[in-house]
Structures are given as structure tokens and as C-alpha cells.
Design a protein around this ligand. Structure first.
Ligand code: GLV
Length: 322
């Protein structure tokens, strides 16, 4: 019997899958991320760790766990919170949860105004009197921009980027993408997607959506110069990782109207949100909930459990990283 430490509240099925495989499960059972000092105590003696993106998995954590750890199963498609080389040095397998996160909600998130915060009594498009007493029935009130015929620029045409592009195609959008390599020809054909350099994508995109992993190489990939290329009628969506965008530069661009608006699910210094963003009306802010459906979160947690069970049984992990 191995000891599996789970660092957050996961669906019961996940803990059940680990126990059914004969393992003892020690889980953080409170809402919110486990404080670091309690995490270091929690992992002591673990054979396997099931971690969330809120936990930094580094040498300190592995030291606290001790020499028995064989696998770190990160419950996320991104694994920038895990020091993969340090794990590799110690022979610890790292896994993630690709292929589950296929419900990118940003298509539905793009709300070009912020009625609730402005105190409007009814949702966008309706007529009536706002709570403030001002009429909202003007012909030009709450106008957004249609998506038909516009261009979506996808930065990183992996699984989530493709799923986003498919939904955008249903709205009649054209797809450009940028990435390290060409997407497979069937994907390119299905999406009618064209690969371009980032500069061209920003200049041509009416909406640019970030779908790339975070690493030193992608830190601040989009900064002041790139936002200037995007231009005053275009929107930036970031549901990937906060630091791929220079948040200070983004706040400035939104304040100055250098770009039209942004939809953000992730932040550079999460969970802290830049105070400038909170004051703006041309940005939609969500609290890192891109995967927050029952199906997706359960699927991710179960996949992490399958990875742990496989590695502890001496088998190959299902979805290794690195
Ligand atoms: C969510 O942020 C993920 O990486 O799965």
C-alpha cells in the first residue's frame, strides 16, 4: 500500500479510484489552496503527489515529501508550477491532464460591456431603466461587435486552441494561428487555419486568444509592442497563464484604448489581480475557471488518479510530461 497525498479537494470518485487500487489517501480537505507550511507537513512520507496548479512543486517540496515519491500527477494541462527537471533528476515521473480540458468557455465570455458593475437593471440588449434611473434604451446602447467574418488569432494551436477555433468557425470567423510548428494537415484543413508570425497575427486578428504553455520562453510574449500591433478595435483573450502577457502593459493599453478590450481568466500574479484591471469596464475578469465544469474537473482529477495508480503499479504513466 502506498501513500498518496492529494493537495486539494477533488471529487470523491478520484479518492475512491486511488483507494480502490489499494492506496492510502491523505488529502487536504479544506476549501482554497493549502498554505505552504501545511503543505510541507502534509506531503511527508508520500509515495505519490496529486497536485493542483496552486502548489509549487520544487526541490523543497520533494525534500519535505522524502525519498519515497515516485510520481507527481498535476491536475491541470499546464504544469508550469512543477519543476520538471528537478523531478526528473530524482526519478520522479510528472504527469498532466491533457485531452480533458476541451470546454474553452471564452467564446461565451466575451461580453463587451459590464452591465452588472455599471448597475444596469437588465442584461445587455434589453430596454428599460437602470437602477441608477437612467434610460438604457438608446439605439446605440451596449453595442458590441459581431464575430461573423472577423479573424481569430490563436496563439498556440494545441488541443484547447483547436477546440476554441472550432467554436469560432461556427460563428463564421477566419482562423490564423501561430506556434512553434505547423499543425497537422487535417486540422489545418478542418479549420481553414493559416500559420503566420505573431506580428502578423496581432495585426490581422480582431480577437487574439492565448493557448500556449507558460515557460521562460513565453514570459511576456505579449507586451506593449504586441498590444500596439493588436490595435484599438481588437480584443485579447487570455485563458492560458497570466505571465504570458505583460499585465502592466495590458492595463495601460486598456486604459489608453490602444486595444478595445480583454477577457481574462488568468493573471500575472495570481491570485492577486492588478488593481488597474478592477477599475476598467473594457475587460471581463474571471477567477481561473476555464476548466470549471463538473465533467472537466472530474475528468482531470480521474486522469491524475489513473497516472498515480499506473506509476505505483510499475506501469507507464498515461499522460507523462517532459
Ligand atoms: C488549467 O489552468 C490547466 O492548466 O489545466
Amino acid at each position: 500500500m502506498a501513500t498518496v497525498v492529494v493537495t486539494g479537494r477533488l471529487p470523491d470518485e478520484t479518492l475512491g479510484a486511488l483507494r480502490d487500487a489499494g492506496h492510502e489517501v491523505r488529502a487536504w480537505e479544506h476549501d482554497g489552496p493549502v498554505p505552504r507550511d501545511q503543505l510541507l507537513a502534509l506531503v511527508e512520507g508520500a509515495d505519490a503527489l496529486v497536485t493542483l496548479v496552486t502548489e509549487r512543486v520544487d526541490a523543497e517540496l520533494l525534500d519535505a515529501a522524502g525519498p519515497g515519491v515516485r510520481v507527481v500527477a498535476n491536475v491541470a494541462v499546464g504544469y508550469d508550477n512543477v519543476d520538471v527537471p528537478v523531478c526528473a533528476d530524482r526519478g520522479v515521473v510528472v504527469t498532466n491532464t491533457p485531452g480533458v480540458l476541451r470546454r474553452p468557455p471564452q467564446t461565451w465570455r466575451w461580453r463587451w460591456s459590464s452591465c452588472p458593475r455599471a448597475g444596469w437593471a437588465r442584461p445587455s440588449g434589453s430596454c428599460g431603466r437602470g437602477r441608477s434611473g437612467s434610460g438604457v434604451c438608446s439605439y446605440a446602447a451596449l453595442l458590441g461587435r459581431g464575430l461573423q467574418g472577423r479573424t481569430l488569432g490563436i496563439v498556440g494551436l494545441g488541443g484547447i486552441g483547436r477546440a476554441t477555433a472550432r467554436r469560432a468557425r461556427a460563428f463564421g470567423m477566419h482562423i490564423l494561428y501561430t506556434g512553434r510548428r505547423d499543425a497537422p494537415s487535417d486540422v489545418v484543413e478542418e479549420l481553414g487555419a493559416r500559420r503566420v508570425e505573431l506580428a502578423e497575427l496581432l495585426e490581422a486578428g480582431d480577437v487574439v486568444s492565448m493557448h500556449l504553455p507558460y515557460s521562460a520562453a513565453t514570459h511576456h510574449l505579449v507586451g506593449a509592442d504586441e498590444l500596439a500591433r493588436l490595435g484599438p478595435t481588437s480584443y485579447l483573450v487570455n485563458t492560458a497563464r497570466g505571465p504570458v502577457v505583460d499585465e502592466e502593459a495590458l492595463v495601460h493599453a486598456l486604459q489608453e484604448g490602444t486595444i478595445a478590450g480583454a477577457g481574462l481568466d488568468v493573471y500575472e500574479h495570481e491570485p492577486r489581480v492588478h488593481p488597474g484591471l478592477l477599475e476598467l469596464e473594457n475587460v471581463v475578469l474571471l477567477p481561473h475557471v476555464g476548466s470549471a465544469t463538473v465533467e472537466t474537473r472530474t475528468g482531470m482529477a480521474l486522469l491524475a488518479a489513473r497516472n498515480v495508480v499506473a506509476v505505483l503499479a510499475g506501469e507507464d504513466p498515461v499522460t507523462p510530461v517532459g
